[in-house]
Write a protein that binds this ligand. Sequence first.
Ligand SMILES: Nc1ncnc2c1ncn2[C@@H]1O[C@H](COP(=O)(O)OP(=O)(O)OP(=O)(O)O)[C@@H](O)[C@H]1O
Length: 237
Amino acid sequence: MASAPPLYRIEGLTKTYGEGDAAVQALRGVNLDVQQSAMVVLLGPSGSGKSTFLNIVGGLDQATSGHVHFEDIELTSLGDHGLTEYRRHHVGFVFQFYNLVASLTARENVALITEIAEEPMEPAEALALVGLESRLDHFPTQLSGGEQQRVAIARAIAKRPKVLLCDEPTGALDSQTGVRVLEALDQVNRELGTTTLLITHNAVIAEMADHVLRFADGQLASSSPNPTRRRPGDMIW
Ligand SMILES: Nc1ncnc2c1ncn2[C@@H]1O[C@H](COP(=O)(O)OP(=O)(O)OP(=O)(O)O)[C@@H](O)[C@H]1O
């Protein structure tokens, strides 16, 4: 049986910030296919281009040259309106800081997104998927950092995006709390098949990936499948 086509096909991607003497080449020609439903972990030193790459793939930033094909859409040919539509329909984001609305409960924070989505999950269902079924009516200040991050994940996946892009989602958390957050991402990837790209500085986290990308100096230094994908709870920090 033929394998499914990749979700993303990325060719010759470059990004230069600024001009002349001040120009910074953040990406210098990245070529990559991302398979449907994969859990992909991105590693690399600070400044190697990971966030720039994720921001372009997520339609938050424009490439300088090259192509990003998402299914039959070529992101690099879209203007601001097209990129906004792409993000709205297909992409969920999780960042290091959770950006929850302090005056709203967990359920209400998730509902903010489901109100504008086409076929969203019930907020309670999204929160149950990340293990927060008993925290629906808690406010952010009544939740731990890890629980707040799991609300942010529920909010990102409640619109059933094809892709979940996570930039240092455990960066502000201790390792035990971080593992619970990674378990939530692992669960979402396995149950919903949401293709997930996750940036981290912690190389151990690569053990939960199907595929590991290592960035160095704006290029992909390596792109390798992981022989055994571990559950986050089985990873040793
Ligand atoms: N908006 C910007 N304007 C100018 N330069 C930028 C901008 N964003 C990123 N850069 C530069 O591009 C390069 C790549 O940055 P990027 O944030 O993608 O790296 P990173 O691998 O995600 O780093 P970190 O792990 O520290 O987040 C760096 O040299 C950075 O200083």
